[in-house]
Structures are given as C-alpha cells and as structure tokens.
Design a binder for this molecule. Structure first.
Ligand code: WQD
Length: 359
C-alpha cells in the first residue's frame, strides 16, 4: 500500500541498476513512487532494469549517462524537467576500497563530481531532497562498537573519504539553502538479495567482499575462501561485521525518503543502517554452507590491511527517527543471497544473454 507521501512522487535514483540501487528501485516502485534510474552501466547490467520491472510490476524510466560528466548535466536536467521531480536517492559511484587506494584521483573525480552535478540538477529541477548512500567506512578505525552517528569519523581509504566529503558537500548545501533536506545513510555491510532470486550482487572480476566471494565458492566459480586473519581479539579470531539484508536496507531508503518529503523545514541528518549485531567470518561461512547445502572450503590467510577486528552499528537513531527496524537475520541473508547466486551462477551475464525473465 503506497504511503501518502510516496504516491506519485518522482525520484531520480542514481546508480539504480546496481546491487543496492536495483533493490531500492523495486521497493520505491512498489511503494508508489515514480522512479527514473540514472546509470552508466559501468558496474551494473541493463538486465537488472528489466528484472526490476518484472518484480515490481511497474517500469522505471531510464537515463543512461555518467553523472560525473559535467557536459551531460544540462541534458539530464532537461530530460527530467519534462516530468517534474521531487528528489533523489544518490547511489552512483565507484565503491571498491582496494581499488580506491590504487586509483585515488579516479575515485575523487567520479564520486565527488557525481554529487556536485547532482546538486546542480536538483537546483534546476527545484527538487532539494537527497537520500545519499554513505558508508560505515566513514568511521574508520577510531571507535569501539556499537558505533553511533555521533562517533568520530576518519576514513582510512580514498573511497571512504569520498563518502565523507560527499556528506559534507550535501550538508553545506543544506546549510546554504534552508530548503534542502538531506539524509546521509551510513550502510554497514549490505548482503543478501531480493527473495525472488532475480536481482542480486554481481561484482566485476574477483569479489572484494565476503558474501559474494563465499557465494561464488558455493556455486563453484571459486575454489577456496581465504579468511583474512584468524587471530583477531574476537570470539573465534575472525573479523566481526554488521551484516544487513539488502531488502532491509532498501526499505530504509524508502522510509528516509518518506521522512524527508513529509518534513516542511530543511534539515541534514546522518543515519546508520545496520542490524546492531556482529557476526564473524566463520559464522557467515557456516550459515552460508547451511543455506547452500554444502561446506565452504577455506584457509586462514594473513590479515588484510585496513581491516578492523570488529565493527557494528548503534542503529537506534534509524528506529527513533524513521521507525526502521531490520527484520531479516543472517540465515535470511544467506538463503536469499544463495537463491540469487544459484539461479544466476554467472550473475547477469552479458546483456542479451540472460535477458529472459528470471524464472
Ligand atoms: C567482511 C569481513 C574481512 C573477503 C567493505 C567496505 C565497506 C562496505 C562493505 C561499501 C572482514 C573478511 C572478506 C574475503 C575475508 N562497502 N573477508 N575474505 O571490509 O567490512 O566492508 O564492504 O560501502 O565500505 O569497506 O566488508 O565483505 O570486504 O569483509 O576473510 O575474501 O570478511 O576480513 O572481516 P568490509 P568485506
């Protein structure tokens, strides 16, 4: 049932064909929003857009463009002006921590310019509402868990720095113009997939993150999981993280948008989206093996530089402000991530090859 605020509101969803974006698109469409996906498909597939429509029973509009390209900004704004706009959910950007260390200038160029251009587009369209995809990486290694929004920030890599810079850019815009409403959503570790198994995480190349790597071991694409560090000061010696089901995360975006659109006055607010619980790597390996009906072969390898032993969220502000409560647990995350991976062993594949409807 669409909420009052959402029915008919039109939202620009940047990066809407990506992993998080495709799930946000489904949730917004099902909630009655009109959605325009803006994506350059650099790290996503056009097949995902078709699947979004199949799941939601409604089609998003699509603009294929690079948001970081200043020259295309006027054209994008003109295209959107035609239909009117109420706000944006901004996910477009590069997101690999390790890659950002090797290619910092590319990450600053892409991630910062995308946000600066989006602000100009929203000014032209007179739609000063942004829900921004930030990250727990802004907290760095400075805080004990549970980590609240008031904790110290100090990213340890260029990717995390672009997230913090973008939060600051949006906050400064809201301070300069009181009409702006900004919610900076700080994701902990998004995992899982839509229960249909038709959309999910499809990383390019070798997955950097634990869940997609384990899923590819389970489906036979990878031989062995390397567990980075078995000697951390945690229960079983492996790293502890706050895993959050991507559907809970997507619903958090819808609730943040409803909240922003229902407010009269401008504001800026950072909000954690995490479960508030920590799970170790070994707990994930066991739970995923249970879901996939197989044992996940692994070996303990040296620690990965930049990793913290343990981090999980204080998610009380999301509850107090948005009424958001994650409802899916680790077993749900593994079950749904496995459903996606087993139905799509090669991910979306080259456009056209897997274009048929997801069974
Ligand atoms: C989780 C745990 C690893 C891979 C990153 C980004 C963060 C956010 C989420 C975007 C750690 C261990 C992992 C592997 C392993 N992304 N691991 N073997 O590092 O907590 O966060 O993704 O916003 O910005 O930093 O997630 O999944 O990489 O690692 O042992 O092959 O799994 O050491 O303990 P991380 P992750």
């Amino acid at each position: 049932m669409a909420d009052k605020q959402s029915s008919g509101a039109h939202i620009l969803l940047t990066g809407g064909a990506g992993y998080i974006g495709s799930h946000v698109a489904v949730v917004l469409l099902e909630a009655g929003y009109d959605v325009t996906i803006l994506d350059n498909f650099a790290n996503s597939s056009p097949v995902a857009v078709e699947r979004i429509s199949e799941i939601a029973g409604r089609k998003p509009h699509l603009i294929r463009a690079d948001l970081s390209d200043r020259d295309s900004m006027e054209a994008i704004a003109a295209q959107i002006m035609a239909t009117g706009l109420d706000g944006a959910v901004h996910l477009a950007g590069l997101k690999a921590v390790g890659e950002s260390v090797e290619q910092p200038a590319r990450y600053y160029d892409q991630n910062i310019n995308s946000t600066l251009n989006l602000i100009e587009i929203l000014k032209i369209c007179q739609a000063p509402v942004v829900v921004f995809s930030s990250s727990a990486t802004v907290y760095g290694e400075l805080n004990d868990s549970p980590v609240a929004e008031s904790a110290l920030t100090g990213p340890t890599n260029p990717y995390g720095m672009t997230k913090l810079f973008n939060e600051q850019i949006l906050a400064d815009q809201a301070r300069a113009d009181g009409a702006w409403k900004v919610v900076n959503l700080r994701y902990f570790n998004p995992v899982g997939a839509h229960p249909s198994g038709c959309i999910g995480e499809d990383p390019l190349g070798i997955p950097n993150n634990l869940f997609p790597f384990v899923a590819q071991v389970a489906v036979g694409r990878r031989k062995l999981l390397k567990i980075f560090g078995g000697d951390y000061p945690t229960g079983d010696g492996t790293g502890v993280r706050d895993y959050i089901h991507v559907m809970d995360l997507a619903e958090g975006h819808r609730m943040a948008l409803d909240h922003a659109l229902s407010r009269e006055e401008g504001f800026v607010q950072a909000i954690n989206l995490g479960s508030g619980r920590g799970n170790s790597v070994l707990e994930v390996v066991d739970a995923f093996g249970e879901a996939a009906g197989c044992s996940i072969p692994y070996e303990i390898a040296p620690r990965r530089s930049g990793d913290v032993a343990e981090i999980y969220a204080d998610a009380s502000l999301a509850s107090d402000l948005l009424g958001w409560h994650p409802t899916r647990v680790l077993a749900d995350m593994c079950r749904d991530h496995w459903a996606w991976q087993s139905l799509n062993p090669q991910g979306y594949g080259p456009a056209g090859e897997n274009g048929e409807a997801c069974t």
